[in-house]
Design a protein around this ligand. Structure first.
Ligand code: MG
Length: 152
């Protein structure tokens, strides 16, 4: 059994779609980034690579590479999944940190999306939504995500 941890944060800006775990969330802002800036897929992909001892997503998708502009983050996750080879994900635990928008109503949709992509039963996919209690200076300007994955 191996454990991997991934972290990601992106800034909320106007004029971008908000996509988390591949789910479009209706909101006046979206996350800025070279790709679609899906912090769930990014942190999860990094967690998988961490468990495999294979670096981080920047090694495979350098942000300065123009090819990666507008990239769907599903492609990044699929790359990480392909590197699992004969190994399997045992479970994953995701913590999303966001004051606004409130993400709780979308928790199940996100789990469903992950279930379909990872071919993993839903009881092995946990998502927790935490607020920043307006304490962090970026509390209304960014969404943070931490993912932990175990593989065997
Ligand atoms: Mg990212």
């Amino acid at each position: 059994m191996r454990v991997g941890l991934g972290f990601d944060v992106h800034r909320l800006v106007k004029g971008r779609e908000l996509i988390l775990a591949g789910v479009k969330i209706p909101y006046k802002k979206g996350l800025s980034g070279v790709s679609d800036a899906d912090v769930v897929f990014h942190s999860l992909s990094d967690a998988i690579l961490g468990a495999l001892g294979l670096g981080d997503i920047g090694d495979y998708f350098p942000p300065q590479d123009k090819k990666n502009k507008g990239l769907e983050s599903k492609v990044i996750l699929k790359k990480a999944l392909s590197l699992l080879k004969n190994k399997k994900i045992n479970n994953l635990d995701i913590t999303l940190i966001s004051d606004k928008p409130r993400l709780k109503p979308y928790k199940d949709k996100m789990r469903e999306s992950l279930k379909n992509l990872l071919k993993l039963s839903k009881d092995k996919i946990n998502i927790k939504i935490k607020s920043q209690e307006s304490l962090l200076p970026l509390s209304k300007e960014a969404i943070f995500c931490i993912s932990v994955v175990t593989i065997f």
